[in-house]
Design a protein around this ligand. Structure first.
Ligand SMILES: [Zn+2]
Ligand SMILES: [Zn+2]
Length: 255
């Protein structure tokens, strides 16, 4: 199994998980054209994909999903709440499968485990993916860490973790107070130290890859996110990856 990012941050997110015959896109916050260009950068094409799984209805995650899925006849997996919100005003939907936020399901060779997260959306989930040998956990857009999140991510071979902001940078930023409160609140986004706290609570013995994701371009800096995570693992800073808004990150292989 391997995975890569097409881009990560408040302007758009998409991640591809590749288990050989099965390739799944996680969210698509990019236009069909931009997503296709970004896939090509990774040596992949829309025709290679089997399905799209969606975390929640915010535009940076679902903005491009329906158009892309319709165009390439892909099935979209999402919760009832996400569907209700994202489908509003849409006249022509692709094939959608409603999932339960607590029940794993299979897409080809991949087992996909959704898990609910506290975020200001209708029924948001995040996902862990397994091909039977390795397990990739992805967590973005979570206002805080719950015992259930820790349980699901407890022994992954790879983790993509939200490091949205640095507390001090957010506090000092030009953002209006209400927006600061939303971001830092229990239904907003994880800051660097919260991601580090989560990492401290999970078993990292099997960890082959750790990538910081969904970084705020205004209220974070890659080196701060990396430092927070590296201090938990006691590893060198350059072992930790950072998902970039424009470049995402290249393929990371699990062996
Ligand atoms: Zn987001
Ligand atoms: Zn969100």
């Amino acid at each position: 199994m391997r995975f890569a990012s097409l881009g990560s941050g408040s302007k758009g997110n998409a991640l591809i998980v590749d288990a050989g015959e099965t390739k799944v896109l996680l969210d698509c916050g990019f236009s069909t054209r931009a997503a296709t260009t970004r896939l090509a950068r990774l040596g992949a094409a829309p025709a290679d994909l089997n399905a799209i799984v969606v975390t929640h209805e915010h535009a940076d995650h679902v903005g491009g999903v329906f158009a892309f899925a319709r165009r390439h006849q892909l099935t979209v997996y999402l919760t009832h709440g996400t569907h209700a919100m994202a489908a509003r005003g849409q006249t022509c939907l692709p094939e959608c499968r409603l999932i339960d936020g607590h029940t794993p399901f299979a897409i080809g060779a991949l087992e996909v485990q959704p898990f609910p997260v506290p975020h200001d959306a209708r029924e948001p989930v995040q996902y862990a993916f397994s091909d039977g040998r390795h397990r990739l956990g992805v967590l973005t857009d979570s206002g805080c860490i719950t015992p259930h999140i820790v349980e699901v991510l407890r022994a992954c071979d790879a983790l993509v973790l939200e490091c949205n902001h640095d507390q001090a940078l957010l506090a000092a930023s030009r953002y209006p107070p209400a927006l600061k409160q939303r971001i830092a609140g229990r239904f907003g986004h994880l800051e660097n130290d919260q991601a580090a706290t989560l990492l401290r609570q999970v078993d990292t013995q099997r960890l082959q890859h750790l990538v910081a994701a969904h970084l705020s371009q205004e209220n974070n800096r890659p080196e701060l996110a990396v430092r927070a995570l590296a201090s938990v693992l006691d590893c060198s800073d350059n072992w930790i990856g950072v998902a970039d808004q424009e470049g995402g990150f290249g393929w990371r292989q699990l062996i």
